[in-house]
Design a protein around this ligand. Structure first.
Ligand code: CTP
Length: 399
């Protein structure tokens, strides 16, 4: 997402400036072009030499260096986004009131690109009415504010005011400035993870699905511009993008009712959850006590969500299902494509090394209704999600 993007980083005088070293490194690693400018005060907190080495560009601090004048206008025009991180209380106040006594402020005032700021200060300064008014002014000017975090502060106190972590800033930039428009205006729903079918108040029937593939798909659809709702069974996965709506469910029945509602307004449905096929006929009110001999558990079939939405889909809705197989893979996948009336089935074979539950990688084949099959080689689940979403984008645009 960030490959080739031009990011101008402004560093001001704050202890949190040490985090900008990692920030520059992360941005460079993700393929972005980075230029760094600093206020004179920032030099006290972090070395320009480290930043110029990491960013592969000279760090500019003064408007005039020797006989040369730094072209602040062109810096703001070069960048796709100007990120000021950390933003000190002092620079915030100057930005809010249009002061221009250093290069960073001159770049800010002349920038034609979007501007984001990541404030960093002590809690009492952060809560001061003047600071809050200045933050409101910056928002009013159209600048994006990356929320401060709660935690240990340089003063030794604990509270609000810490600069966001570099990883979170990179996520913020990606989400707010660099989503593509392939799926803008489209609504997508994704199911992920396992379902848990209760036996009694302490036990359930579940499976080993980690939810990784579904979460990666939800994130990729979102990065391509779609509005995304992720309906997930119990997992440890976390969605990094705040704009994705996450609905947590537990049982197959809950997943069914949630999907039923969400599908009515969806253009795309990607059903990657490992939904339980059977659920106990009765859930015991109390913990089932151990007895001698065997225990019979009577199970009844759950509703097949993919089949249900496949039957009710209307023209213009695209439905992708998964097939998790251990044998007769292709034959079973093709049977599911038909019986569930999906537009495509993504085959996941548990016999493939590096694929399946819990792994960070996957290898899949997509079968569609035209009889075509598309193989996606073994790669990270993020990489596979990218390829599956490009495939979906192609199918949708071909309609
Ligand atoms: N699926 C679903 N609801 C269910 C069961 C499965 O929506 N109650 C969906 C899965 O999310 C997946 C597809 O159906 O997209 C195929 O799931 P899979 O477990 O491979 O197959 P099943 O239909 O459950 O059949 P079987 O277990 O016999 O292979």
């Amino acid at each position: 997402m960030l490959a080739g993007k031009k990011i101008l980083i402004g560093i001001t005088g704050s202890i949190a400036a040490y985090k900008s070293i990692l920030l520059v490194r992360l941005l460079i690693k993700s393929g972005a072009e980075v230029k760094v400018i600093m206020t004179p005060a920032a030099k006290e907190f972090v070395s320009p030499l480290v930043l110029s080495t990491l960013s592969k560009n000279n760090v500019i601090i003064d408007l005039v260096e020797g006989n040369e004048w730094a072209n602040h206008v062109m810096l703001g025009r070069w960048a796709d986004v100007f990120l000021i991180a950390p933003l000190s209380c002092n620079t915030l106040a100057k930005m809010a009131h249009g002061l221009c006594d250093n290069l960073l402020l001159a770049v800010y005032l002349s920038a034609t690109c979007p501007v984001a700021v990541a404030p960093a200060m002590d809690e009492d300064m952060w809560h001061h009415v003047a600071t809050q008014k200045n933050i409101s002014l910056l928002k009013e000017y159209g600048n994006k504010i990356i929320s401060v975090e709660k935690g240990e502060l340089a003063s030794g106190l604990f509270g609000e005011g810490r600069m966001a972590e570099p990883e979170d800033i990179v996520t913020y930039l990606t989400e707010h400035f660099f989503r593509t428009h392939e799926l803008t205006g489209k609504k997508a729903m994704v199911t992920a993870g396992p379902t848990y079918e209760a036996i009694d108040p302490v036990r359930f029937i579940g499976n080993h699905s980690s939810g990784k593939m579904g979460f990666a798909l939800a994130e990729e659809l979102y990065l391509q511009g779609a509005d995304v709702v992720l309906i997930t069974g119990p997992t440890h996965q976390q969605i990094v993008y705040k704009g994705i709506q996450v609905i947590k469910v537990v049982s197959a029945a809950e997943m069914f009712t949630t999907c039923d509602v969400a599908f009515d307004t969806s253009d795309i449905a990607v059903m990657s959850a490992a939904v339980a096929d059977y659920t106990p006929v009765e859930v015991a009110d109390e913990k089932i006590k151990k007895k001698s001999g065997t225990l019979d558990l009577l199970l009844t079939k759950t509703k097949d969500i993919l089949q249900y939405i496949g039957q009710k889909k209307k023209k213009g809705q695209f439905v992708a299902g998964f097939a998790l197989e251990t044998n007769n893979e292709e034959e079973n996948a093709l049977a599911k494509l038909q019986s569930k009336n999906a537009d495509c089935i993504i085959l996941n074979s548990l016999r493939t090394k590096g694929a399946g539950f819990g792994a960070d990688t996957n290898k899949v084949t997509i079968f569609d209704r035209s009889g075509k099959s598309t193989e996606i080689a073994l790669k990270s689940k993020q990489g596979v999600a990218k390829d599956i979403v490009s495939y979906i984008v192609q199918q949708i645009h071909a309609e």
